[in-house]
Design a protein around this ligand. Structure first.
Ligand code: AP5
Ligand code: MG
Length: 214
């Protein structure tokens, strides 16, 4: 099963992709997480990606596409994967389609987690992320059991550098200009499934399970 998560920054793509990965036993692949891991390790890729991410801009396709193709070629992707944050541009989608078609396969679902812009800024300001395992919490909607500490791995939670309000506004602008057109792109393939991302995380996940089946 090959799944793409679509949706604005902060719509809950990561939250739901983790759950899908756990439920269906497929890897969760987030290009944002891959970039953040590289920033933490201070790799050349990380330093270059950071210069775009901190401004709320997209990392150029040339860098992103190669990382994604390398990742989906790994053995654990044989039975499928859930992509979170890729593709973000039409050229990225075309590269993925080409790679999948060459294997005689297809993308099964593009799940669009729909959340209006008004809700997004509030969500981002309350987000706390684990620098260790990548788990995400929200100080009101999904608080960790112990304040400031990751439930999964016990590390201290942090605020992402790109969650400052000015950067969030720019990420939303970039989303509408460059990423939202992907809904139409995948609609033409007949694989878009809409879910209401304003519901609580459990309800959103139940809607997704209804789409994906047992
Ligand atoms: P990326 O890491 O992908 O960030 P994003 O798309 O901006 O999305 P977020 O991770 O901010 O949000 P999310 O939808 O995963 O929501 P989450 O589940 O955390 O990318 C970061 C940057 O990297 C980009 O700006 C770009 O520069 C670069 N990049 C990455 N991929 C790229 C690519 N392919 N091409 C080019 N550049 C790329 O939830 C958000 C908050 O809300 C959390 O606090 C969560 O707890 C809470 N929440 C979740 N669901 C609910 C709910 N149902 N109700 C209430 N609260 C909820
Ligand atoms: Mg995310």
């Amino acid at each position: 099963m090959k799944i793409i998560m679509l949706g604005a920054p902060g719509a809950g793509k990561g939250t739901q992709a983790r759950r899908i990965a756990g439920e269906y036993g497929i890897p969760h692949i987030s290009t944002g997480d891959i970039f953040r891991a590289n920033i933490k390790d201070q790799t050349e890729l990380g330093m270059e990606a950071k210069s775009y991410m901190d401004k709320g801009q997209l990392v150029p396709d040339e860098l992103t596409v190669k990382i994604l193709l390398d990742r989906v070629a790994k053995d654990d992707c044989k039975n499928g994967y859930v992509l979170d944050g890729y593709p973000r541009t039409i050229p990225q989608a075309e590269v993925l389609d080409k790679a999948v078609t060459e294997l005689g396969e297809k993308i099964d679902y593009a799940i669009n987690v729909d959340v209006p812009d008004e809700n997004i800024v509030r969500r981002m300001s309350g987000r706390r992320s684990c620098p260790g395992c990548g788990a995400t919490f929200h100080i009101e909607h999904m608080p960790p059991k112990k304040e400031g500490i990751c439930d999964t791995c016990g590390k201290e939670l942090v605020i992402r550098d790109d969650d400052r309000p000015e950067t969030v506004q720019n990420r939303l602008k970039v989303y509408h200009e460059q990423t939202q057109p992907l809904i139409e792109y995948y609609n033409k393939q007949g694989i878009v499934k809409e879910v209401d991302g304003t519901k609580d995380p459990e309800a959103v996940f139940n809607a997704i399970k209804d789409i994906l089946g047992a």
